[in-house]
Every structure is written in C-alpha cells, then in structure tokens.
Design a protein around this ligand. Sequence first.
Ligand code: ATR
Length: 279
Amino acid sequence: MPDRYAVIGHPIAHSKSPLIHGLFAQATGQDMVYEAIDGGAGPGGFGRALAAFCAAGGRGMNVTLPFKLEALAAADEASQDARLAGAANALRFEGGRVLAQNFDGIGLVRDIEHNLGLPLAGKRVLLLGAGGATRGALLPLARAGAARIVIANRTATKAEALARELAPHMGACSVAGGGPEAAGAGQAFDLVLNATSASLGGEAPAVPAAAFAPGALAYDMVYGKGLTPFLQLAQAAGCARIADGVGMLVEQAAEAFAWWRGVRPDTREVLQRLTVPLV
Ligand code: ATR
C-alpha cells in the first residue's frame, strides 16, 4: 500500500499541491499517493478531517487557508518557524503524535536565493503587509543574513507590534515597522516583497519609486496572477527584476516532501511547468 499524504483547505479545488507532490513522487520514485481534502466551512471540520486521515493511516498533510492556525494548535510538537509564524503549513504524523512545520518562509528564501539568484546576506528588505505572510517570512529572511527589514503596512500599529514581537529572534538583522510612510524616507531596498493580500483585490500597496534600489528585485507572493498591480508599479518605478510567488510555492512543497520522505526533489522541472508568464 502506498503511503498517504494530502493537502487540506477550504476551498481546495484550486490547489496545485496534488500536482506538485505527484510530480515529486514520480521523479524520486517514492511509493505514495497525495490527495486534496476540503475541510469545509463549518466549525470543527478541520479537526474531524485530521482525525479521520490519521486513523486511516495518513502520514502527513499540507495545510492551506483557512486552517494554518488550527493546524498549529492541533500539533503535539512544532518547529520554531511554525511557532513564531503562529501557523503551520505542513504536518507529519508519527507514532500517534502530530508534528508541525511552517515551510513558507524557507520556500521564499530558497526561491529568492537559488532560483532568482539574489543572495540575501547583507541585503535591505522592504516587506509590505503585516499579516500571516509577513510573519512567516521574517525569521527565515533574518537567518539568511538580511541586514535590515522594514515592515510597512496600511495599518501602522500592526507592523509596529509585529516588529517588536519578532525583533528578539532576528539575530543581527534589524527590524522596524510602521505605516506606508516607513517605505519612504529616502531609503532604498534590494528586495521589495509584497506580502499583502492587495493583489487579490486588484490593488497595490503604497510604495514610492525611490524604495527600489538599482538592481532591486520586486517579488509578489501571489502566484498565477500575471503582472499584478504591485509588479506593474515596480516596473513603472524602473525595477527590472520582478517575480511572483510560484517559486515559493514549489520550494515550500519540496521542503515538506523532504521532511516527509527524506529525499529532496529537484524543483526545476516542476517550476517550469507551473510558471505563468508575467504579462
Ligand atoms: P495573510 O495571512 O495572507 O498575510 P492577512 O493576515 O489578512 O493575510 O493580512 C493581509 C495583509 O494585507 C495586511 O497587512 C493588510 O493590511 P491591514 O493590516 O491594514 O489590513 C494588507 N492589505 C490587504 N489589502 C490591502 C490593500 N488593498 N492595500 C494595502 N494593504 C493591504
């Protein structure tokens, strides 16, 4: 019997995870199946689906919206990334215990450094937004050696609070948070990350043209949305290096796969297959 894995979310039909993990399994010769589970909109749906999957011998799960917080709460043991992100996106079931990880930030860093060729050591990073996506990215960016991170958010207090909370864990990386004006003040950044959900509503967060340093990379964490308003804004500001979050999606999946199976799949082919041109 092949080992069973799944992704759980609501809605889930759009998820690329079954395709990605199916391709990884094929490429690495792993005997496993990977399905999509809809946890439903009602209360308790996630817990019931998790219990049923474990009882049926499931080995691990990816978790997507809106269950990432519940997934962390359900864990017996969680990594520091998951705890500080306040959310889990991957679970492993082992001897009746639930282990939790969050690979979103690691996937982001890997995409930026390995796929897009921007080493993060010493870099100045502007993070737009102060929600879950920003929270998950902070620690991995600091670990990769970013020198300074500025969090600029529509609601300043959220960015300030997040910076204060995570600062003690960021090592040599300085972190500051504020309102949209935190992106200005004549500072320039080597990496400008859109971690807001503005793209989904066809909008762009406020960011001045001067925030993009010469040669900067503009990165939108959404994927499959083409040239988002944020990426258009970056281009209009003269930024020539732009990317969406497809690589982050594929790299976080590869991390989860490696955690479950002990073998890290090559991501290049899968990435090529999922990439939608930025036009
Ligand atoms: P996620 O978990 O995906 O990060 P979230 O926690 O709801 O989602 O956070 C969404 C982030 O996008 C927030 O920082 C939000 O700003 P507020 O804190 O002011 O709500 C930001 N956001 C959403 N729509 C935006 C828009 N149109 N312009 C600028 N920021 C936006």
